[in-house]
Ligand binder design. Structure first.
Ligand SMILES: [Zn+2]
Length: 420
């Protein structure tokens, strides 16, 4: 069965307007392609590679719902305490159920690649066990990467290092950390050192919750960058959040930007989550809670946006819609020049794929798996301004979903002849 999609506006490819699919792969991308068994007319709509959500917490998704579960102060620290109390009664079945709900939400919005952190500060590794099974079970419809994440601290939680090694041996893809939550600066530094050494030993990527605070003197990003720069491991490493880097002095930021350029470390910003969590100690003016997204991109560093949380102890909203994340993110980061808007989809597609290092299987190119989404808009600018809906999500050439363009019944049409 050969399928052909015609009249496509392919993101980043102004030459081609047709896509041919055979045997789960892109057989050709171009113009006037050969005949097919089925031809689908996209009527000039925008085609993108699938959305990537490179930072999520599937093990505690929806944990913030229900009586008494709200995070009253709205801070990171209350979130950690509430989770710590709740997780003692967690079962694999509960994690599975929550994660499936979360994955379904993300799939419904055109996401096909997810990196999730999984709390390993749990003697039973309940979350990791449940999610390793799901990663395998769902691999045909969604690519999932698992980060062994010491939520309650690498040193602060006794035995975390051994649990992390166990999680690696079970099959975790990435090592995490949370140095700003350790009990002193020295503990934070030592945790990073050990995590970097472990990652290199086990040949896995690194993704650290790093300086997720408003403290302009939080310096773990500098330390992490130094460790991975020395080992030439920057491109395998991601610094998530780094919100304090949005509060540091310009002279310090400029020095660090030079070092990030050298290390090629990656960044993930979670715009909605951190706009919610940060600035809680400020009166006015209130900080936006983001890292220096625009400056890091201009510096040549890879930056991606992510959802982070869906209705958990840290954040009460979220639904896996990356368009919402992108819209918030570009506003908060002032990434709103027309040239920036036109390439902003990179932040929820290619840049996330770079972080997950799935590039070989990602992108609308001949020979790659036929994974893509179609938006209800004719170009990137219109798609972002209108927050366009995903009309189709296709994986290995098959539909994950397709939906009709919304139509209003009895709508007043101010532009029609009769109302002019
Ligand atoms: Zn996180």
């Amino acid at each position: 069965m050969i399928k052909k999609y015609v009249n496509a506006h392919i993101y980043g490819n102004s030459e081609a307007d047709e896509i041919l699919i055979e045997n789960r792969q892109f057989k050709a991308v171009g113009n006037n392609l050969p005949e097919a068994d089925e031809v689908i007319d996209l009527e000039g709509r925008l085609v993108l590679p699938p959305y990537v959500d490179p930072h999520l917490h599937l093990d505690y998704i929806f944990s913030g719902l229900g009586e008494g579960n709200a995070n009253i102060s709205g801070t990171l620290f209350e979130g950690i305490q509430r989770w710590s109390d709740n997780k003692k009664s967690l079962t694999e079945e509960m994690v599975r159920e929550r994660a499936l709900k979360g994955i379904q939400k993300e799939l419904n919005h055109g996401v096909q690649f997810i990196r999730t952190h999984v709390d390993i500060t749990d003697p039973n590794l309940t979350g990791m066990k449940a999610l390793i099974k799901l990663r395998e079970e769902l691999k045909d419809i969604v690519t999932i990467q698992l980060v062994a994440f010491p939520q309650e601290g690498f040193f602060r939680y006794q035995g975390a290092e051994a649990l992390m090694i166990k999680a690696l041996e079970m099959g975790a893809d990435v090592l995490g950390g949370i140095p700003h939550f350790e009990i002193s600066y020295e503990h934070g530094v030592e945790s990073l050192k050990r995590i970097v050494d472990l990652a290199i030993k086990y040949n896995v990527m690194i993704d650290i919750h790093c300086d997720e605070n408003d403290d302009p003197n939080s310096r773990f990003l500098e330390v992490l960058n130094a460790f991975v720069m020395e080992k030439d491991y920057g491109k395998y490493t991601t610094a998530s959040h780094t919100t304090s880097f949005g509060s540091v002095e310009n002279s310090y930021a400029n020095k660090m930007l030079g070092l990030f350029k050298e290390s090629q470390i990656n960044f993930i910003s979670c715009p909605t989550e951190n706009a919610h969590l940060q600035g809680r100690g400020d009166t006015y003016p209130k900080r936006r809670g983001l890292t220096r997204v625009k400056e890091l991109l201009a510096n040549g560093n890879n930056v991606a946006f992510a959802q982070d949380s869906i209705a958990d102890y840290w954040y009460p909203l979220g639904n896996g819609n990356m368009m919402n994340i992108l819209d918030n993110g570009i506003h908060l980061a002032h990434y709103t020049h027309i040239d920036e808007i036109n390439k902003a989809f990179d932040l929820i597609t290619y840049h996330g794929a770079n972080i997950m290092r799935v590039n070989d299987a990602y992108g609308i190119e001949e020979g790659k798996p036929a994974n893509f989404i179609v938006l209800d808009a004719k170009d990137p600018y219109e798609a972002i301004r209108e927050r366009a809906e995903v009309l189709m999500s296709i994986r290995h050439g098959e539909y994950i979903f397709k939906r009709e363009v919304r139509k209003n019944e009895l709508a007043i049409d101010l532009l029609s002849e009769s109302t002019k």
